[in-house]
Design a binder for this molecule. Structure first.
Ligand SMILES: C[S@@+](CC[C@H](N)C(=O)[O-])C[C@H]1O[C@@H](n2cnc3c(N)ncnc32)[C@H](O)[C@@H]1O
Length: 290
């Protein structure tokens, strides 16, 4: 990836100078080992820029000092701070909207019927890189709209996870600036959000309580979920992982899908070259055999 155009070369050089090659290499190794995020050399200026804030916040003079602090054994605060700064949490409501149409028209009816056939009454969904909550709220809103009064007869809450505490805090609060909710259809905004005195919007309690937010690292060896999911959304996170990491992740997710369960990935991602029991259904939608 090339540097964003707005960074003119002189500025980029100045920023890069603030992280030595050796420091960048330390950040790169740490972030890859702990979070699977693959930082290329082109990200050096970006990393330098994002870590400057940490030096101010914690009072370190150099990135080496900050890294020494993070690398101290058992320092979860440091690691969490690092990933909050490095990861890109960009998301928006109804992002890649075709997925939501497909989910409501095809996946939801199938999942409810399949659950009913097994004398179960639950719908198990996982948003595996939920960022600040726009994705799980979009999906959950449409599910509750589609199921109407029948929703209360189901155990249909959603699990939403992310590595970033900062993103999870935002998601849990459910508070968004007015420009963030701009693309939500008016009738949904009126029904599922309340406007706050400061001009922001908050997701209604009735929608918020249906989503359980947890911190979860997709690099974990174990995916300790009691029951398999009917569908997993794992979108726009694998772009940061290399092929080996992606391959392991996709197979771990596949193990946690019911037979016939669906995986949604980002449209700029692909499972090509990954050996998996998932079959291609349409762009960025895969289904487990069974
Ligand atoms: C670009 S956002 C995608 C949000 C949403 N899924 C979407 O498509 O709009 C990527 C998210 O992945 C999260 N992430 C990065 N590495 C992760 C990891 N190892 N485990 C869990 N989440 C991770 C980041 O914190 C970030 O919130």
């Amino acid at each position: 990836m090339t540097l964003p155009e707005i960074i003119i070369p002189e500025v980029a050089d100045t920023i890069s100078d603030k992280v030595t090659l050796e420091e960048f290499e330390r950040v790169r190794k740490l972030v890859y080992a702990k979070f699977g995020i693959n930082l290329t050399e082109q990200k050096r200026a970006l990393v330098a820029g994002r870590l400057q804030g940490a030096l101010h916040q914690y009072g370190y003079k150099t990135i080496s000092e900050y890294l020494n602090w993070i690398e101290k054994g058992g320092n979860t605060e440091g690691l969490s701070d690092l990933v909050n700064r490095i990861s890109t949490n960009h998301t928006h409501f109804f992002r890649e909207s075709g997925h939501f149409d497909f989910f409501i028209k095809t996946v939801l009816p199938w999942a409810l019927a399949s659950s009913r056939n097994k004398n179960e009454n639950d719908l198990r969904l996982w948003c595996a890189a939920s960022s600040s909550g726009e994705e799980p709220y979009s999906l959950q809103m449409l599910i509750m709209e589609a199921m109407g009064a029948d929703y209360k007869n189901w155990s249909a809450g959603m699990l939403a996870t992310d590595i970033s505490e900062r993103a999870l805090d935002m998601a849990q609060s459910g508070i968004y600036a007015s420009e963030k909710v701009r693309d939500i259809p008016k009738h949904l905004l009126t029904k599922w959000f309340k406007s706050l005195p400061d001009g922001t919007y908050q997701v209604s309690e009735s929608l918020r309580k249906e989503i359980t937010y947890r911190r979860f690292n997709l690099m974990n060896d174990a995916f300790p979920f009691k029951k398999p999911f009917h569908s997993v959304f794992c979108r726009n996170v694998m772009i940061y992982f290399d092929m080996e990491t992606r391959s392991k992740l996709v197979n771990k997710i596949c193990d946690k899908l019911v037979p016939g369960g669906y995986l949604f990935i980002g449209h700029s991602e692909s499972l090509g070259n990954i050996n998996t029991a998932l079959q291609y259904i349409q762009p960025a939608v895969y289904r487990k055999e069974g």
